[in-house]
Design a protein around this ligand. Sequence first.
Ligand code: SF4
Length: 266
Amino acid sequence: MKTSNQTLSPQADYYHAVSLSGGKDSTAMLLLMIERDMPIDLVLSADTGMEFPEMYEHLAKLDEYLFKKRKLHITTLRHPHGFEWVMFEEPKVKPSAIQRRLRDGVPLYGNGWPGIHVRWCTGQLKTHLLTKKVNELKGSYQALHYVGIAYDERERCKEEQYPLVEWKITEAQALNICYAHGFDFGGLYEIYHRASCWCCPFQRIDELRKLRHHHPELWERLRALDLRARKQFGPGPLGQFKKSWSMERLEERFFKEENPELPLAG
Ligand code: SF4
């Protein structure tokens, strides 16, 4: 899988760039674009570094398929320092941010857990990287940018190309298209409703319950991240995994659910 910028080689009049999150919708879009002989010049993916291992395996398999069919590799964009650096170490430089933190007694580095109002993870680790690349392409070429939004989410469409919406393909159909092409995401969609970062604080409690059960090693990493966040940022929003739930309390809750007759684990 290619991780640096590819040399651009426009075909015909337009340059065709596909955004690939790796989830069922963008995967189905890519598979159908390949199958329908649509031009593809670049496939872009932004990696937060916090995807499920099954997702990385899926992307590697998809990359192989793309190369076999189109002699192209996925171009993976990554933040130079990654999720944990932005969460714990990024220094604050804006005077207003420094002042606010000094006032609130919060360290001058790190962004803490992403929150509803500051979703830095999507912004810095995905959208910013993809938008920058797509804007570069649009500055140099007549570029078309293909985004995998399913028909049932069509209200999210803006001004890009949305083949699944055009073809009226729903999320459920997108998943079936992936399965029919032999891409099963290592069973991720059989367990979870979503297949993005395992450490996402916006996932539902039930998804976290499943994470503890099906991916205990990731659950432990998430507990360690939350412990570090609470230690560094305290009980305020930056140190809060979820508004009313720390990972510690979730661990207690799930342990109790599984072992109603036992005292809490030490
Ligand atoms: S899945 Fe969650 S943690 Fe990952 S980038 Fe999206 S909002 Fe952030």
